[in-house]
Design a protein around this ligand. Structure first.
Ligand SMILES: [Zn+2]
Length: 263
């Protein structure tokens, strides 16, 4: 921190520890808040504070990268052309992905378009892409879970027949596993919420993270309810089996009957 030229911070009350670190380090770095210009969603858990997970909406991602580009140009104006060029490429990729996510989420059947996760990291995502979000914890992963939260989520699951809930890379999966077990539904997969993955993970970049999360959500929520399908298939199989047995029996009778007649 002491040697840094530029410090980028998310802002929106996310990095409580960071301001102190900046102050204590004695750094001369420029400090840029990269969420400047986004429309914050206020936290449901804490009064007068904002939900920090703004990057989950790719349209907000565009504001982040613009702020980063401007900060870099201010730091090294001799590279303005390069920064601006790279920014343009990245902007296009984010815009394409933003559009793709909208289309993908719209493909989930209406009644199943509910995203249930550990903590409230997907409200920007839900708002942008049209999916209802529910979480056991609030916007912070440190909060204590209340029995009323579990009751509320059990109600949502029972009322909607949503086929899956999701665990997160940065939160203990215990509560969600309990919810899934209690309601006899599936864990839809692992979502990246507060951080991208490392380089061997399926989400090593911002774009990969959004793409991977979306794929995981769409696949799990679009799945037909497996139990019902299996029952129907079993019934069909039984029907065919009975048919074959009946044919063999009748055939056998006819054969015996003809033999007897001939004799
Ligand atoms: Zn979070």
């Amino acid at each position: 921190m002491h040697k840094a030229d530029l410090v980028l911070k998310n802002g929106l009350t996310f990095e409580g520890w960071l301001n102190e670190l900046i102050e204590n380090s004695g750094t001369k770095a420029t400090v840029t808040t990269i969420t400047t210009g986004i429309k914050p969603i206020s936290s449901e858990t804490y009064e007068n504070s904002s939900d920090p997970h703004a990057w989950m909406d790719a349209n907000n991602g565009l504001i982040y990268i613009e702020n980063i580009k401007n900060a870099l140009i201010q730091l090294a104006p001799q590279y303005e052309q390069e920064f601006t060029f790279n920014y343009g490429l990245y902007k296009q990729q984010i815009e394409d992905l933003d559009h793709e996510i909208s289309t993908q989420i719209a493909g989930i059947p209406d009644s199943k378009r509910i995203l249930i996760t550990s903590h409230d990291a997907f409200r920007y995502y839900g708002k942008r892409y049209g999916i209802q979000v529910e979480a056991v914890l609030g916007t912070s992963t440190d909060a204590e879970v209340q029995t009323s939260d579990m009751v509320r989520l059990n109600k949502v699951i029972k009322g909607s027949k949503v086929p899956a809930v999701f665990i997160e890379t940065t939160v203990n999966p215990k509560l969600l596993e309990q919810l899934a077990k209690d309601n006899d539904i599936q864990i839809g997969g692992l979502l990246y919420s507060d951080s991208i993955g490392d380089k061997d993970s399926p989400a090593p970049t911002y774009l990969d993270m959004l793409r991977y999360n979306t794929k995981t959500i769409v696949e799990a929520l679009s799945r037909e309810v497996v139990i019902g399908d299996a029952e129907e298939e079993n019934q069909a199989n039984n029907f065919i089996l009975f048919g074959i047995l009946a044919a063999i029996l009748i055939g056998g009778f006819l054969l015996v009957f003809r033999r007897l007649n001939q004799a």
